[in-house]
Ligand binder design. Sequence first.
Ligand code: MG
Length: 317
Amino acid sequence: MFDSEFDLIARYFSHLGASRSDVLLGVGDDCALLRPPPGMDLALSTDTLVAGQHFFADVDPEALGHKCLAVNLSDLAAMGARPAWASLALTLPEVDHAWLAGFAQGLGQLAEQAGIALVGGDTTRGALSIGIQVQGLLPAGQGLRRSGAQAGDLICVSGSLGEAALALRQLQQGLEPEPGMRQRLERPRPRLRLGQRLLGLAHACIDISDGLLADLGHICSASGLAAEIQLADLPCAPQLKTDGDWCLPLSGGDDYELCFTLAADQAERLPRLAAELGLPLSIIGRMRAGQGIDCRLADGSLYRPSQRGFDHFHDSS
Ligand SMILES: [Mg+2]
């Protein structure tokens, strides 16, 4: 703990994010006091990002502040929840005021956009890591789960896949990614409006943090079903499709798009929803009885992912 722990919290984090009437007491006491509205369920999620593991230690602190909150908001989006409150556990190797100011700015800007209030914080000395807990609200009983997919459902994804992973690969190779790709890696945009619009429409939903196959795999196992996806229908940038290597769009992490399933007769609602949100929504396959995920090439043949990361996917051929 720093001697000045309370100063740090007060100085950088006490007024971050949206101001909300349901925050009775924010940063500065033993607990925050919050008043959830009646008839709403509370959605709660925690994510920790560790330097060297989840981000480069020398990354722009403002981008890091954005991303740490964005990955948490993405989990709220996946449940269809509206963001409400957040708390922050920050472990720092040293007090660096320029770093803290940048970090607080990135975090605060996104918090304000998302309507979330930072209501608590804690700082400790140690290797740089950032833990954030977010809480969101949704109408009672309506939260979007991974377990609700049904055989015959269409599998859909928002946005495009693999660009964050491409940017990461390029940075690791000492190359400078295109600005748009770098944005996808460093400043992901949680699909909050989409998640809320999927309430009562999608049967199952998850955010793609670990790659499409891994995360769709969670929907499959939680729902007791298999998935078949058409590679030609994956929304991804042309440079990710060039040499028949589907590794990045299938298994690249950090996209923070939503993957959801819905009844086939609801497909006609997607184009209007996409236009309204200004966000592409693509149908990439179907759920069916069985287990595992089959990836089909355009000629109908089965694509066999060769990466070790795919080993835990059942091959049903
Ligand atoms: Mg998630």
